[in-house]
Design a protein around this ligand. Sequence first.
Ligand SMILES: [Zn+2]
Ligand SMILES: [Zn+2]
Length: 340
Amino acid sequence: MKAIVYDAPRNFSYRDTDEPRIKPDEALIRVHACGLCGTDLHVHEGEFGPRFPLIPGHEFTGELVEIGSNVSGFKPGQRVVANSNLACGSCFYCLRGDFLLCENLSCYGINHNGGFAEYVKIKADRLFVINRLSPREAVMVEPTACALHGTEVLDAKPGSDVLLFGAGPTGQVLAQLVRLNGAARLVVAAPPGPKLDLAARLGADEVVPMDREDPEVHRRRLQALSPKGFDYVIEATGAPAVCQEALRFVRRRGTLLVYGVYPENASVRFNPFDLFRGEISIKGSFAQIDSFPRAIAYLESGKVKVDEIVTQEIPLPEYQQALDIAWARKGVKTALVPES
Ligand SMILES: [Zn+2]
Ligand SMILES: [Zn+2]
């Protein structure tokens, strides 16, 4: 089969490779589409501990073509998505039931071969059947599951004032979920462009363009919108400078949710007296491990809309072009489509 194969960081080719052979507890998927996300850009650089040679891609959807002898409940031809995260089941955290915190957490597309290929094999207990979602919607199931987990961690009180920094693909979903789960008003702040325009259509009550040159402009607008700050501020850009900035908009007894993917050596400064006096909370939200069924339910119900988020579908051999689009921050999200 054809696949994108990395032999080392930044060193990949589109080439023939052996079709995966499934074990009794696995299934083989013919890939219809696989989303490219920020994680893949980190994996490209060799971050997050990838195992080479590696076929990346963790946001795949396709149809079942072969099912292992120990697997029941699935049949060939069913369209599926897959929860790409795998917990070990036996570490300190797994034994406490905190599977997302697993010390040996592994992921299809990082530690095991993923979906930038014609076929991908996966443990059958990671599979979920989809009925109504198109392939371009289905590649958004995994990001929606992550945003759903973020919404759960946020745990917003009904009727809250919420500010979200960032309008990337998961930010777009997070905005909709937060509006469905507690926000009386949701303000989205992000650089001007197609992402912020989409946020205005999909989830935000108000949008505020962020000016990188002169941050005073958006600070003044946000202060005017909510002079006492916001009950919840979500930082979903992954930029340490924005995380630092975000804290100033948290009102007393408010919460900052750290949701973006940051460089591992990043740091921000905060004033401990302000946290103490204002009873401010800071929470982190990382990926997801048990949110797929509810993410699929939201998407299949039509209450969360993702059809417009995938703005480019690119043939798999043109992977380099997809990377270039992501680095240039064009459009919102790209899905790679195998040729067969
Ligand atoms: Zn992703
Ligand atoms: Zn574990």
